[in-house]
Write a protein that binds this ligand. Structure first.
Ligand code: NAD
Length: 541
């Protein structure tokens, strides 16, 4: 920026549309859904601004109708990954030098494209690819993605404005350089917004990116690529490769110019990538930045003073929306005996009213889980609970993959607070509940804290303030996002920056300036106005 201190538009959260019967947005998204569902797309790799078809393809199908084909995507070979890296490094020469207002302009434009002409498309694609209801698609693919783009532009300028003190004889300046080399974004299936944000926020800060989306999200990732292209992301700045994650990752992490990993996904994979980066550390020209947001075993603890209906609603929404496939989804709950019967009855009533099926039918609250691997894993844990003496299934327990990967919303009640489903991330519509003695609140808080390796989200529900205070202190390290009298899901960019600690990730808070700071390497510039000409200090006499 050579000719002005420009202000960017103040970021505001995108309003969530209702999609109520009769609304124009409902009609528009259903039309987009039908059109996409009944045609087939071809998704090539995207390298140096060009579509690259490899001819080695895989089909894409909606999880709620796995025999229905909505398109194909192309698998990369190693030479394509090499090409993506080479092209990114070439693009860096101009992109990293482009004044920031142009980067801001591109991503603000991307936000407006999603808010307007691409909204129905990106929501419909997310309904098809990830089996989200329209509400879940809207709060993710449209609103959260728009918020990431808008707020990150504002955070970028906040970072740039952060400058050191100067004196009359020396002017101190910090410039926030992009990382030297190229960055790698590896994204999960469950949020279209995360998928778009991980590469976009690194590119916004002047970096160049190789992006590998999840196989299960490519159908909606294609719309993100279309938006980036139309918004004017220059060729080579964000390159997209699909295919064997091990081959792609091995190729990327073996490169001397690899300078940063932006990962969201499961804990095990992240730890493996971290290990691999460690093993290759002597190869790299710089110390790579490593940011990973990973798994969770998110909790709700109710106190005996809690309102049972509020607890039940937090469970029904927190555990079952998007089939429990949010990293923040409540999957273990601790309920005091005194209110348990009421909480149970309300939860059972809610579940009985849930309808399950395709997201195209907007009466459905529950749709399918993402793929057969996830379905089989969930079915195995459910079957195990049916036979274990210390577990009882009080709702759901059924599953059917004949048409789509449908798992009934399932509630397991256990007498063993360390029961396997109290500890393990299942990532599906299953919650396990432990009922504790009303007066064992303090001991139960300890259980909440030390039962799982994760520390992503959690909620306390209570009317009594001392109980809220006790939980806030006892669970200080048990969740990176802690909720009082709410469900533990639904973080909003700019309001609740998101991320957990322990095995849940590096806690660099997606949707905050803190995250963007990981993608820059500050250069301190001191300019002295009257340069000394004598080495001797006065003390030398
Ligand atoms: P996943 O770990 O299976 O996949 C994530 C990405 O890693 C995908 O792109 C995948 O292709 C890639 N990958 C898989 N194996 C790999 C390998 N061997 N080498 C390199 N890359 C590999 O996760 P998922 O099923 O897509 O997403 C669900 C997980 O993500 C859950 O654990 C959830 O808690 C977590 N998640 C966390 C957050 C958060 O903010 N903490 C947000 C969303 C999802």
């Amino acid at each position: 920026m050579g000719k002005g201190f420009f202000n960017v538009p103040i970021a505001v959260n995108e309003p969530v549309k209702s999609y109520a019967p009769g609304s124009p947005e409902r009609q528009e998204v259903l039309e987009a859904y039908k059109a996409m569902y009944n045609s087939k797309i071809d998704v090539p790799l995207y390298i140096n601004g060009k579509d690259v078809s490899t001819g080695n393809t895989r089909t894409m199908s909606p999880p709620h109708d796995h025999q229905h084909i909505v398109g194909e995507y192309h698998l990369a070979e190693q030479k394509h990954v090499d090409e993506a890296i080479a092209t990114a490094l070439e693009a860096r020469k101009t992109w990293s030098q482009l004044p920031w207002e142009h980067r801001a302009g591109i991503f603000l434009k991307a936000a407006e494209l999603i808010a307007g002409p691409y909204r129905a498309k990106i929501n419909a694609a997310t309904m098809i690819a990830q089996s989200k209801t329209i509400h879940q698609a809207e709060i993710d693919a449209a609103c959260e993605f728009i918020d990431f783009l808008r707020f990150n532009v504002q955070f970028m300028t906040d970072i740039y404005a952060e400058q050191p003190e100067s004196t009359s004889d020396a002017w101190n300046r910090i410039e926030y350089r992009p990382l030297e080399g190229f960055t790698y974004a590896v994204t999960p299936f469950n949020f279209t917004a995360i998928s778009g944000n991980l590469p976009a926020c690194m590119a916004l800060m002047g970096n160049v990116v190789v992006w590998k989306p999840s196989d299960s999200q490519i159908f909606s990732a294609k719309i993100i690529m279309d938006v980036f292209k139309e918004a004017g992301v220059p060729d080579g700045v964000i390159n997209v490769v699909f295919g064997d994650p091990v081959m792609i990752t091995n190729t990327v992490l073996a490169h001397q110019d690899f300078s940063g990993l932006h990962f969201t996904g499961s804990t095990f994979i992240f730890k493996e990538l971290w290990k691999q980066i460690g093993e290759n550390i002597h190869t790299y020209k710089t110390y790579p930045r490593i940011v990973g947001e990973t798994g969770g075993k998110d909790f709700i603890i109710a106190h005996k003073s809690a309102n049972p209906k509020q607890v039940a609603t937090a469970i029904s929404r927190g555990a079952f929306e998007f089939q429990g496939q949010k990293c923040s989804a409540a999957s273990r709950a601790y309920i005091p005996k005194g209110i348990w019967n009421d909480v149970r009855d309300f939860v059972l009533e809610d579940i009985a009213s849930f309808k399950m099926g395709s997201p195209e039918d907007m009466n459905n609250f529950i749709t399918a889980v993402i793929h057969e691997g996830s379905f089989d894993k969930l079915a195995k844990y459910i079957d195990q609970a049916k036979t274990d003496g210390d577990a009882e299934i009080i709702a759901g327990g059924g599953y059917d993959k004949s048409k789509g990967y449908f798992i009934e919303p399932t509630v397991i009640v256990t007498t063993n607070p360390k029961y396997t489903t109290m500890e393990t991330e299942l990532f599906g519509p299953v919650i396990t509940i432990y009922v504790y003695e009303d007066d064992a609140y303090s001991e139960t808080l300890k259980l909440v804290d030390d039962t799982s390796e994760y520390a992503l989200t959690g909620a306390v529900i209570a009317r009594e303030r001392y109980a809220i205070d006790e939980a806030t202190k006892a669970l200080q390290n048990s969740a990176g996002n802690f909720y009082i009298n709410d469900k533990p899901t639904g973080a909003v960019v700019g309001q609740q920056p998101f991320g957990g600690a322990r095995a849940s990730g590096t806690n660099d808070k997606a949707g905050s300036a803190q995250n963007l700071l990981r993608w820059v390497s500050p250069r301190m510039i001191k300019e002295t106005f009257v340069t000394p000409t004598d080495y001797r200090y006065p003390f030398l006499g």
